[in-house]
Design a protein around this ligand. Structure first.
Ligand SMILES: NC(=O)c1ccc[n+]([C@@H]2O[C@H](COP(=O)([O-])OP(=O)(O)OC[C@H]3O[C@@H](n4cnc5c(N)ncnc54)[C@H](O)[C@@H]3O)[C@@H](O)[C@H]2O)c1
Ligand SMILES: O=C(O)[C@H](O)COP(=O)(O)O
Length: 539
């Protein structure tokens, strides 16, 4: 994806609000091309952060700092929020998107650590290691109370089979456990390949001796494991949550333990953190760690390196590797799609300058090879071009779709593999109360972008610099008179394209000119006989 960049000479204020690995932020420290000013201040209250955030361009956090709508609104210069980790439930993504702030995370860097921690918690739970350790440290040699259970031949139920869930399953299989998993994206083939069983949530929780959750915290996953699910579980089931507080209903878990349905729980995460005074912690069957899943030297270095590199990439190229609030384009596709970003934006810009009324509907058609790609980022760029005239710098490809929809523009995307003589063709039509305008563009092999159609006329115009778009009656002399008038105003024509619907009918002239023109220049040309309309367009 492509979004707005700051120029390399600008000072870029990077504010680190949670403790990050110093080795991990080394890429930021050693960056010389960008003028980065890295400030670290952790443990701030929301009010303190709001006071400091106005000039911040990049906010870097882990899970402690809650990046709320208020904080985002106060961060007038914010371009990017970096999450050095996976979960982004501490960031108001809607607010970030509305403000055109891109959010990036580090989805791979702590997978291994989180999976290892999950296995450590499961083993500790099975063998009462924390409780026995505590007793012994207090001088009690008690072997009777801490008889555990084996993992071998037990069934592990995994809810959420993404990166961490999958890694946990590999390790559980190494412990000779059977694994049953639920994930909306888990296919039968993939399950077979991994030697696990695929089930529904209910099948998973019914079959399991141990249940571990590895989904993100989303509206759909909040309290996913609740009293209804506990009711269908095996007696003496053991529960592990190293994902997010709130995926398991804490009150229902408490009751299920007290009632003797659940033999124990291992928790790394809580709804409210820090959770120093939680009722679950009063139960001897509950073992816990203070959100340590990703707290290894390796994971912390890795996630901080990943977000640091994305920050640098963003300010240098306008692209990022791990966007959260935008569709991401696989690396292998990016090179193919990237040239279309600018074309899509220029087509939007073009239409914003020929349209005189508020736009109600936009129809974007992608034809040819480009139709094989995820075209949403192209549409965002097109909308950005379309809205910039009225929204200026406030619109970027993060918020362009949101802003368009907010002002009531209906957006329709169409794809077709046939492109009528072009390898690729992007056609954009905008409708207002009384107007319909169309422009189409293509990328010519080796020659760059071209506008190839304006309204119903075939043209061949480089979408760059200053253009004059003139509508006239197809009568002899019109072209000559326009050229003369422009010459009188010292306006030099670089190229000229003409088109008409029929002999003597409506015609257009598309001129590229060396400099911009004034309103007075336009009126001067518009007064000519047989000239209907004259518009200046800057691309
Ligand atoms: N304790 C820690 O320190 C720690 C460390 C890393 C990650 N995490 C948490 O673990 C979560 C998972 O991390 P990951 O790297 O595996 O993420 P991931 O995106 O690779 O996997 C999440 C999986 O959950 C699945 N999912 C989404 N909705 C679901 C639903 N309703 N039911 C079942 N599955 C659903 C998704 O399809 C996806 O496969 C993170 O979102 C984060 O909150 C915690
Ligand atoms: O979502 C994550 O990546 C983990 O919960 C880690 O959170 P942390 O960065 O606060 O350790």
């Amino acid at each position: 994806m492509v979004t707005k960049t700051a120029t390399a000479t600008n000072l870029i204020n990077v504010f680190i609000a949670d403790p990050l690995s110093e080795d991990g932020i080394f890429p930021l420290r050693q960056e010389t091309e960008l003028n980065l000013n890295v400030v670290i201040e952790t443990g701030l209250t929301a009010e303190q952060l709001i006071e400091k955030i106005e000039d911040v361009h990049v906010l870097l956090v882990r899970s402690q700092t809650k990046v709320t709508r208020e904080i985002i609104a106060a961060a007038k210069n914010l371009k990017l929020i970096g999450r050095a980790g996976v979960g982004v439930d501490n960031i108001d993504l809607t607010a970030a998107t509305e403000h055109g702030v891109i959010v990036v995370n580090a989805p791979d860097g702590n997978t291994n650590s989180a999976a290892e921690h999950t296995i450590a918690m499961m083993t500790s739970l099975a063998r009462h290691i924390p409780q026995a350790y505590n007793a012994l440290k207090n001088g009690v040699w008690d072997r009777k109370s801490y008889v555990g259970v084996e993992l071998k031949n037990k069934t592990l139920g995994v809810v959420g089979f993404g990166r961490i869930g999958t890694e946990v399953a590999y390790r559980a299989k190494g412990q000779r456990m059977n694994v049953i998993a639920y994930d909306p994206f888990l296919t039968e083939d993939r399950a077979k390949e991994l030697g696990i069983t695929k089930g529904t949530v209910d099948e998973v929780v019914q079959a399991a001796d141990f249940i571990t959750v590895h989904t993100p915290l989303l509206p759909e996953t909040r309290n996913l494991i609740n009293k209804d699910k506990f009711a269908i579980m095996k007696d003496d089931v053991r529960i592990i949550n190293c994902a997010r507080g709130g995926i398991i209903d804490e009150n229902d878990l408490y009751d299920a333990i007290v009632e003797g349905k659940v033999a124990g729980a291992a928790l790394d995460v809580f709804v409210e953190e820090p959770a120093t005074n939680h009722k679950l912690l009063t139960l001897p069957q509950v073992i816990a760690t203070p959100h340590l899943g990703a707290s290894t030297i390796e994971a912390q270095e890795s996630v901080a390196v990943d977000v640091s590199n994305d920050i640098i990439k963003f300010f240098k190229t306008g692209t990022v590797t791990n966007p959260v609030n935008m569709p991401s384009i696989p690396k292998e596709l990016l090179a193919q799609v990237e040239p279309f970003f600018e074309l899509a934006e220029k087509l939007g810009k073009f239409l914003s300058q020929v349209t005189t009324e508020p736009i109600k509907e936009i129809n974007i058609s992608y034809a040819g090879e480009v139709a094989n790609y995820d075209v949403r980022p192209l549409t965002s760029n097109n909308l950005k071009g379309l809205l910039q005239k009225n929204h200026g710098e406030h619109v970027n490809d993060v918020n362009a779709r949101y802003l368009s929809e907010r002002i009531g523009i209906k957006i329709n995307e169409h794809k077709t593999t046939t492109a009528k003589g072009f390898t690729n063709l992007i056609t954009v039509e905008v409708k207002t109360e009384n107007e319909v305008h169309t422009v189409a563009g293509t990328l010519l092999n080796g020659l760059g972008a071209r506008i190839v159609k304006v309204e119903n006329y075939v043209v061949d115009v480089i979408p760059q610099g200053h253009l004059l778009y003139i509508k006239n009656i197809d009568k002899p002399g019109a072209i000559g008179r326009v050229a003369t008038k422009l010459a009188e105003k010292d306006i030099n024509i670089a190229t000229m394209q003409v088109g008409r619907d029929q002999v003597g009918g409506t015609a257009i002239m598309m001129l590229t000119i060396d400099n911009g023109v004034t309103e007075e220049d336009l009126n001067y040309v518009a007064q000519l006989e047989n000239i209907d309309e004259v518009k200046a367009i800057t691309l």
